[in-house]
Design a binder for this molecule. Structure first.
Ligand code: SAM
Length: 474
């Protein structure tokens, strides 16, 4: 008889074994249903594609499947408000917190649509080009930051500034919002840039000094071409006949619409303001732990909305840590919880974070990989550590504000760095369990995705899980 070899089981594997019975491939929740693509036919979503969003189908599926009657719903990472407006259509009172002004502007526009006088809007649009051409004296409205400088041709830049000046003269605030929104949605089309993963990609025709293989984004529309076509689309979708058939598709006329409350700010600060057991349902998707920088992707939209360099930088730091630039917020969170008289809560959350052996293992391994230069950026370890730490605070708060028996649905992807898989689904579920949620299911989407093409090259095409978690408050 030989010696029995001790088999090493990692903490992540142990956690996997513990939660394996909750994992279930959800064939009805394919990526198309979960992702924003399923919204393509819906107005507003088709006017402005927020690729980071999920679909209203997903929200309606969970609300109808897991709730017998409408109540209060929250999305602490509201984006463009998919949860909020889908909930509203089903009679729910919706609350959303969103930090990025891009999302809050889209949500405000959506609310303005309820108040809009379409005939009046059509009238304004008919005269728009004459009105703009008559503007000679206008203020420069767009102040570029380094990453957006020279994004537009001289003519387009001039037109945009004139257009914004013109919008600010419109007396009807709802019409002003819709018109401002129309140009907001075409910024990428009329620019020399293309949203491309973490950065804006620049066309060879821009004035920038570009290195590498020249990029040709194809036809760049003029401001007039793009705006005309967008305004036509908006009017078409809003016209009474269209509107009836559109809303009939999913709206039960008998359902009274409840208000949607939009809170602009960070959920790390806003969630603690809600009282305990306030919500029946939470449906949310935080930023993923994948280095994606919303403030770079949406830099053009941010400067268009009047944000300057300092404000964009501050936004980037306030966002949930998911880029290598994010600095630690733990000191700030400690002070914040102390300032609201909740220092024991702060300690309790930190204890839960520290008690996760899988989390500890991930942090140790990333630190080790960092030391030996196996991570392609030295701040990845910090980002991952803080991503989970901040989400630990969010999960504590959402557990606190959810009523007993209420649900939380969270959409998120697992990630991999330096070849190490980080089981975001399992670690967040472990936190959730510690804060009073039962883990009902971790639905795994039929097809996951690799982390980045670079990672795929080095570590093969093993798929990492993309999941929808279903937690229920005990
Ligand atoms: C994956 S997206 C959510 C999209 C949303 N489900 C939708 O359908 O539009 C994550 C969102 O979280 C927002 N966010 C990031 N950090 C935040 C914070 N600290 N507080 C509130 N929102 C934040 C981002 O701006 C982004 O819109």
């Amino acid at each position: 008889m030989g010696k029995t070899e001790e088999i090493f089981v990692s903490e992540r594997e142990k956690l996997f074994d513990q939660l394996a019975c909750k994992l279930e491939t959800a064939y009805n929740l394919n990526r198309k249903v979960v992702s924003f693509q399923a919204n393509k036919e819906e107005p507003i979503y088709r006017w402005f594609k927020y690729k980071e969003g999920f679909s209203s189908k997903l929200v309606k599926y969970f609300l109808t499947e897991f709730s017998s009657k409408p109540g209060k719903i929250l999305d602490p990472f509201a984006g463009v408000g998919t949860t909020l407006f889908a909930g509203q259509e089903l009679g729910w009172q919706s609350y959303g917190i969103e930090l990025l002004p891009v999302g809050t502007f889209v949500m405000q526009t959506r609310q303005a649509l309820n108040e809009i006088d379409i005939e009046k809007l059509i009238e304004v649009i008919k005269n728009i080009w004459t009105a703009i051409s008559e503007i000679t004296d206008y203020k420069k409205q767009i102040n570029h930051i380094s990453i957006t400088k020279d994004a537009f041709s001289k003519e387009t830049e001039e037109y945009l500034n004139k257009y914004l000046s013109y919008c600010s003269t419109i007396k009807d605030k709802y019409i002003e919002t819709i018109l401002k929104f129309a140009a907001f949605t075409v910024l990428e089309e009329i620019s020399y840039t293309r949203k491309d993963g973490q950065y804006l990609r620049w066309d060879f025709r821009s004035k920038r000094n570009l290195s590498g293989k020249p990029f040709d984004k194809g036809k760049i529309l003029t401001f007039q071409e793009a705006l005309k076509s967008k305004l036509n689309q908006i009017i078409q979708d809003l016209s009474p006949i269209q509107a009836t058939s559109l809303f009939e598709q999913f709206e039960n006329i008998n359902i009274a619409k409840q208000p949607v409350r939009i809170i602009e700010g960070s959920c790390l600060e806003e969630l603690p303001k809600f009282e305990d057991n306030f919500f029946d349902f939470i449906i949310t998707s935080p930023p993923y732990c994948n280095r994606y920088d919303y403030t770079r992707t949406y830099a053009l939209e941010l400067v268009y909305l009047g944000y300057d360099y300092d404000q964009v930088r501050e936004l980037r730091q306030t966002m949930l840590s998911c880029t290598v630039e994010n600095k630690e917020k733990v000191e700030y969170l400690s002070q914040f919880y102390t300032s609201i008289g909740q220092s024991e809560v702060f300690e309790k959350i930190i204890d839960v974070y520290n008690s996760s052996n899988a989390m500890k293992e991930v942090n140790e391994i990333l630190d080790e990989l960092n030391k030996i230069g196996k991570l392609n950026n030295k701040n990845i370890a910090r980002m991952v550590k803080n991503y989970f730490l901040e989400l630990c605070f969010v999960i504590y708060e959402i557990a606190r504000v959810t009523k007993s028996g209420g649900y939380c649905v969270m959409v998120n992807d697992n990630v991999r760095y330096g070849g190490e898989e980080i089981p975001v689904d399992l670690i967040l579920s472990e936190f959730a369990e510690n804060f009073g949620f039962n883990i009902n299911k971790i639905f795994v989407l039929p097809k996951g995705k690799g982390n980045s093409s670079q990672q795929m090259g080095s570590y093969g095409r093993t798929e990492i899980r993309k999941c929808v978690y279903l937690w229920q408050k005990k």
